[in-house]
Design a protein. Structure first.
Ligand SMILES: Cc1cc2nc3c(=O)[nH]c(=O)nc-3n(C[C@H](O)[C@H](O)[C@H](O)COP(=O)(O)OP(=O)(O)OC[C@H]3O[C@@H](n4cnc5c(N)ncnc54)[C@H](O)[C@@H]3O)c2cc1C
Ligand SMILES: *[C@@H]1O[C@H](CO)[C@@H](O)[C@H](O)[C@H]1NC(C)=O
Ligand SMILES: *[C@@H]1O[C@H](CO)[C@@H](O)[C@H](O)[C@H]1NC(C)=O
Ligand SMILES: *[C@@H]1O[C@H](CO)[C@@H](O)[C@H](O)[C@H]1NC(C)=O
Ligand SMILES: *[C@@H]1O[C@H](CO)[C@@H](O)[C@H](O)[C@H]1NC(C)=O
Ligand SMILES: *[C@@H]1O[C@H](CO)[C@@H](O)[C@H](O)[C@H]1NC(C)=O
Length: 535
């Protein structure tokens, strides 16, 4: 690995910059800032978008879109400059100038990256923050919309609901997610069984490439357009905006959230859920969320079943009685409401919360470590019992199980970079959240979530053990400065299966110098001259 790196370095005679990355960084910042001002568009001055550590608002700007406190400590590496683009030309200038001055670029839209990859690097870096670019423009005739990368899902859902009571868009349940990162990593939510992922409903995009050009679907070509719909935007350019196709929904939908503890028969219910959740009609999405709770002086597991049904309670009742009577729903469990209201309920806002909270971009940062898995086979009741026992032992780790099937199964694995399609019963997300500062707490809680992940090995996919890119997890493999293709292939296969190969091909063509990179980006082959990269 070292040898191939050095070989490249001497070829490009930039040994100093690359071997001592922070050397002369200050000097490069000065010339970087000059470069920005020379490239500014006369009608759109860039000075108001530039924050250096000298600026009293620097920390506020940096922290306002950090969602994970693990990357908010005094030892977390800080950017040399933050550019809060006010116009597309600022994005173009930042890309060109950062590249020329060997500064790494971190593009941030909503800042939810689980591993801080949109605002942390071990090399001298600049943050390109897109929160100001957040317009949403509808075309009523085609039921499409252009959505800028800095728009949040809450803003998008709110704007759609203002337009129509019978249109929606399939995307995530967390309302502060930025569409820049969220869509480019796939984007799933509770409409997935009927309409697939966000990326399955994107029809065009504007992207700034490594040369600072703005490309649309036509000029970027189908390979690159394919890659950014699930392969992660950060490897390929900066996405400015997406064109999305809205989907029809009924005016009245039905929501329920019920819980069953082990003592109330949760094991049987979950066992049945594993058989049927992915086979239920596509209008019905039932998430199962097992969590350790205290009942009296005893710890047990309580499994919440949280559901969206695209139809009335009257239609849902016989369906549940036929397909999933084990859940034992009562008529009073069913709440008829509007789709927009369910976006709030899924985000845990109490019933009746005004929809204007969808526009709130603030999210209190917490310490967290999350991981993911996919399940393609049944889990026996005895094994469920073992899993509950392990969870009770760990106590603080909870899990979310999201059912697949229907539309998700009908889309071929290679249609987008997202490969977890036919045959997947459900996806697991493992979650641990904590409030104590310090490395010791961090190691402790991260250890808990890793322990459950290890325990689950026999029940989940293997070779590769599949993971969801939007649930980024550096544990499953990562690369550093002198990364090698073989290192990247480890996480690449887990996130993308065979699509990794095509992603590498696209990357090598559109960004051969590997300017757009992070610890889990798609590698460009020309950087690995000594490796066997043929597959
Ligand atoms: C509380 C919470 C709930 C979540 N719920 C869901 C869910 O329901 N469904 C789901 O699918 N995911 C969910 N996620 C995961 C989420 O989709 C990803 O973290 C996603 O990457 C967030 O996008 P962002 O723009 O907010 O993040 P950022 O941190 O800004 O970006 C994430 C990655 O995308 C890159 N990127 C960002 N913007 C651009 C751009 N404009 N062009 C190119 N690259 C870009 C970044 O460099 C980084 O690598 C959740 C995350 C959290 C923290
Ligand atoms: C900080 O940056 C903002 C925006 O660029 C600018 O308006 C402000 O004057 C700067 N403040 C300082 C102290 O440099
Ligand atoms: C920050 O301020 C110091 C002292 O005022 C100055 O020397 C330096 O050039 C400034 N840096 C930037 C990037 O503006
Ligand atoms: C179990 O979960 C349900 C649904 O989330 C909740 O209403 C109930 O209070 C929980 N029960 C316990 C004992 O925590
Ligand atoms: C926005 O959300 C934050 C974080 O949850 C909260 O503290 C704040 O009060 C909210 N603001 C409004 C106006 O609702
Ligand atoms: C990076 O990946 C390796 C395995 O490839 C793992 O051991 C290490 O812990 C990971 N680093 C981080 C920061 O997670």
């Amino acid at each position: 690995m070292g040898a191939s790196c050095l070989h490249i370095l001497s070829v490009f005679s930039i040994f100093l910059v690359f071997s001592v990355p922070w050397a002369a960084a200050d000097l490069r910042v000065d010339t970087f800032l000059q470069c920005l001002s020379y490239r500014e568009h006369p009608s759109y001055p860039i000075s108001g978008a530039i924050y250096t550590p000298n600026n009293s608002s620097f920390s506020d700007v940096l922290y306002s879109y950090i969602r994970n406190r693990r990357f908010m400590t005094s030892t977390t590496p800080k950017p040399l400059v933050i550019v809060t683009a006010l116009h597309e030309s600022h994005v173009q200038a930042t890309v060109v100038c950062a590249k020329f001055h060997f500064l790494e670029l971190k593009t941030r839209s909503g800042g939810h990256d689980y591993e801080g990859q949109s605002y942390v690097s071990n090399n001298p870096f600049v943050i390109l923050d897109l929160f100001n670019l957040r317009s949403i423009t509808f075309d009523d005739a085609t039921e499409t919309a252009w959505v800028q990368a800095g728009a949040t899902l809450g803003e998008l859902y709110h704007a759609i609901a203002e337009k129509s009571k019978t249109l929606a868009f399939p995307a995530g349940v967390c309302l502060t997610l930025g569409t820049g990162g969220h869509f480019s990593g796939g984007g799933y939510g509770n409409l997935m069984r009927k309409y697939g992922l966000s990326v399955d409903n994107i029809v065009d995009a504007h992207l700034v490439d490594v040369g600072g050009r703005i490309l649309d679907r036509n000029s970027m070509g189908e390979d690159l357009f394919w890659a950014i719909r699930g392969g992660g935007g950060a490897s390929f350019g900066v996405i400015l905006q997406w064109k999305i196709k809205l989907v029809p929904i009924p005016e009245v939908v039905t929501y329920f959230k019920v819980g069953r503890t082990l003592e109330e028969g949760a094991t049987d219910v979950v066992h049945r859920w594993i058989q049927v959740a992915h086979k239920l009609p596509e209008e019905l999405f039932i998430r199962a969320q097992p969590q350790v709770v205290q009942v009296g002086d005893q710890k047990t597991v309580n499994v919440s079943f949280i559901a969206l049904f695209l139809g009335s309670a009257q239609e849902l009742k016989p369906l549940m009685e036929r397909d999933f009577p084990e859940l034992g729903l009562k008529p009073e469990d069913l709440k008829e409401t509007s789709w927009i209201e369910t976006t709030l309920l899924f985000a845990d806002f109490p019933s009746g919360t005004p929809t204007t909270v969808l526009l709130n971009r603030t999210r209190t940062p917490i310490y967290f470590k999350f991981k993911s898995d996919y399940v393609r086979k049944n889990i026996k009741k005895e094994d469920l019992t073992l899993i509950w026992k392990k969870m009770i032992e760990l106590e603080k780790v909870f899990v979310q199980w999201n059912p697949y099937g229907k539309r998700m199964s009908r889309i071929p694995e290679s249609a987008t970079p997202f490969p977890h399609r036919s045959g997947v019963k459900f996806k697991i997300q493992y979650l641990v959240i904590w409030f104590e500062d310090g490395e010791e707490a961090s190691n402790h809680y991260e250890g808990l979530v890793r322990s459950l992940y290890d325990f689950m090995t026999p029940y989940v996919t293997k070779s590769p053990r599949e993971s969801f890119l939007n649930y980024r997890d550096l544990d499953i493999g990562n690369t550093t400065r002198c990364r090698t293709y073989l290192q990247a292939r480890v996480y690449g296969r887990k996130y993308f299966k065979d699509n990794f190969r095509r992603l590498v091909r696209v990357k090598t063509i559109v960004d051969p110098g590997n300017f757009f990179r992070n610890q889990q980006s798609i590698p460009s082959i020309i950087w690995y001259p000594n490796e066997k990269v043929k597959e």
